[in-house]
Design a protein around this ligand. Sequence first.
Ligand SMILES: NC(=O)c1ccc[n+]([C@@H]2O[C@H](COP(=O)([O-])OP(=O)(O)OC[C@H]3O[C@@H](n4cnc5c(N)ncnc54)[C@H](O)[C@@H]3O)[C@@H](O)[C@H]2O)c1
Length: 428
Amino acid sequence: MPLSDLIEKVRSGRAAVCVLGLGRIGLPLAVVLANSGFSVVGIDIDRERVSKVNEGKAPFREEGLEAALRDAISSGRFKATTDSRDGVALADVILLTIGTPLAFQLFTDYSQLHAALEEVLSGGIYMKAIGLKSTLFPGTIENIVIPYLEGKSGLRAGVDFAIAMIPERILEGKAIEELYSLPEIVGGINETSNAIFAELFKRINPGKAILYTSPKGAELAKLFTNIYRYVNFALANEFAIWSEMYGEDAHEIIEVANYGYPRSRIPRPGLAGGPCLGKDGLLLDNNTTFSSIVSTAWKLNEAVPQYIVESIRRRVGRLYGKRISVLGLAFKAGIDDTRLSPSAKLVGILKGYGARVIVHDPYLANTSALDEALRDPEIVIVSVNHPEFGKLARRIDESGCGLVYDVWGIFDPADFKRTSYMRFGRGR
Ligand SMILES: NC(=O)c1ccc[n+]([C@@H]2O[C@H](COP(=O)([O-])OP(=O)(O)OC[C@H]3O[C@@H](n4cnc5c(N)ncnc54)[C@H](O)[C@@H]3O)[C@@H](O)[C@H]2O)c1
């Protein structure tokens, strides 16, 4: 059978799919593909995760995931396993959704990718389509993945197996919704590879926009998307620091600058980071010999937690022994993911100063309860703009703390009658 026969097999929904890596990207994707009619096997090396998933329980918080997971399991079209051989051997399409974190000295840690490629090879890749959804630095498919697969199998990419980069761009917390709605960028090694993956994603939503580019173009498109956001956040943070220097309030200024002006969409200043934004730009920057705007943005965003701690220290004096409650530990609002979280960094810095830190995050069970956090704090720092925190102004004001630091500007300063109020970007 020629490779092009896979196009029809995928279009008709008869193709078997394997998703390698049931993390924040892989699990929602596997479930959505199963609910779109494919027979899907999800593989993960984490035994606990696999058994939880097979019980219909989402191992992390994601809107709509648990209900979609239960539907997928009860339809008989989805199961998870730690045994990669069967899943890979029987699959027509294999999607790699393993992690690509940064390792020491900021180089990309490809250990998960290499292990996953070995698993893929163990099940055979002849007449299969391999799609990479993980974030990769430019040239990874051409210079690392294809040589690895061709070298170990003796097969030819584009002829004996299809391969494409289809970067994932969903937002944690909106994964299910966005898997149906976001356009898909397909960077196949050839037209057959493009067509196979286009058919796969059109089954999720026939109206889905499919955009084609090269594998390297797709790798770059993903990085450009996140760098664009990250640099904008850094700029907003720089505006915050300038506003403070001039004794003004960045929030007010950004609001008036944006209002009714179509060419200005300055984001709010705050803590920018997380497992994607905090590292993706460095995949590019770390592979160039010159210092780019990415490193400047990274330096700025990464310095904000220290900047906040120093602002507080200048206001109240020594932090040693102070009871400081930090509300929010996740890397952004509405989720339970703490990877590369700037709030976690802020907590680490406060502990380094010798403060007695109590952390409360309503999305993270291993943190203190809100009552405990608001029992006689000397300082309260609201570091994540979780929606639940918007209603806490009065309780914080009545907690007896001397100072509230509102990182995201979620409160009206007038809400605080007893407590001093500080906000990142407010120089008054
Ligand atoms: N989290 C996001 O919001 C997001 C958004 C877009 C893109 N991405 C990218 O997608 C990729 C995955 O990110 P994530 O957040 O889902 O990571 P994750 O760490 O949540 O998931 C990775 C999963 O792969 C599993 N795994 C590792 N090695 C394996 C192997 N050899 N075989 C089977 N399973 C294995 C891990 O146990 C884990 O469950 C990364 O490249 C990331 O940069 C993430």
